[in-house]
Design a protein around this ligand. Structure first.
Ligand code: CTP
Ligand code: CA
Length: 223
């Protein structure tokens, strides 16, 4: 019903959204990951669909059902997510990178389950590619939106990421505030724009945050 009632103000927009965590396997039964639920990215995908956009959602493992009317590409690792996103990049006019991409992966992945050992174990990690930074380096006329989950000096860190990754907009959310962030239904964010605007939004459902983000995507896309 909501989809039916929503004005189709994003008709013609081809939007790529990423969501959820990535899993970096150590062996066939163990991985490193993070508590991302995928809710924020799925909310963006659903809101954009309701507003008439054509949406591809590249999703890490989540417990959420695939949204109707959206093409969902399921991935696990950061390397798989990178492939899926780069493969759609020429198609996309805007990208919202809401996925919580793991910064590192194990240097060695064993094909067999690693038996437990009595002694202390050292894990060697190697950095994953920064997908969003790569997108920023070949931005062209696209609209690029990133997320930043911060704890302390959030504003300065988010601003630095906005510039370093060549984004139009970065969505700053604090992880250590009660009732918002990972897994929650609501979010409290600050939108930092390329042109210097800083919009502090009150706490609101993720779906409403998604619509505010899409209002700005639309502004950049049209302008
Ligand atoms: N991101 C990405 N690829 C990575 C890491 C992050 O595309 N390997 C994206 C995220 O999806 C997010 C943005 O970059 O939209 C910022 O992620 P964040 O983890 O806050 O930034 P990092 O550059 O990884 O910096 P750090 O974790 O050190 O704060
Ligand atoms: Ca990171």
């Amino acid at each position: 019903l909501q989809a039916f009632l929503t004005p189709k103000d994003l008709e013609g927009l081809r939007l790529l959204v990423s969501a959820g965590p990535t899993r970096e396997y150590l062996d066939p039964v163990r991985y490193l990951s993070n508590p991302s639920s995928g809710r924020m990215g799925y909310a963006v995908a659903e809101a954009a669909r309701d507003r008439g956009a054509e949406v591809v959602l590249v999703s890490g493992p989540t417990a959420l059902p695939a949204p109707w009317g959206v093409e969902v590409v399921r991935v696990e690792s950061a390397l798989e997510m990178r492939e899926a996103i780069l493969g759609r990049y020429s198609w996309a006019q805007a990208v919202v990178m809401a996925a919580a991409v793991a910064d590192y992966r194990p240097a060695e992945v064993s094909r067999e389950k690693e038996p437990k050992v009595a002694a202390e174990k050292v894990l060697r990690l190697v950095p994953n590619p920064d997908i969003l930074k790569e997108l920023g380096e070949n931005k062209g006329p696209r609209v690029l939106v990133g997320f930043a989950m911060e704890t302390g000096e959030g504003m300065a860190r988010a601003k630095e990421k906005l510039l370093r990754k060549n984004l139009d907009l970065i969505v700053l959310n604090w992880v250590n505030r009660e009732g918002v962030g990972f897994g929650s239904l609501e979010n409290e964010v600050v939108l930092l724009l390329r042109d210097g605007r800083v919009l502090e939004l009150p706490r609101m459902p993720k779906r409403q945050v998604a619509d505010r983000i899409l209002d700005l995507v639309k502004e950049f896309w049209k302008g």
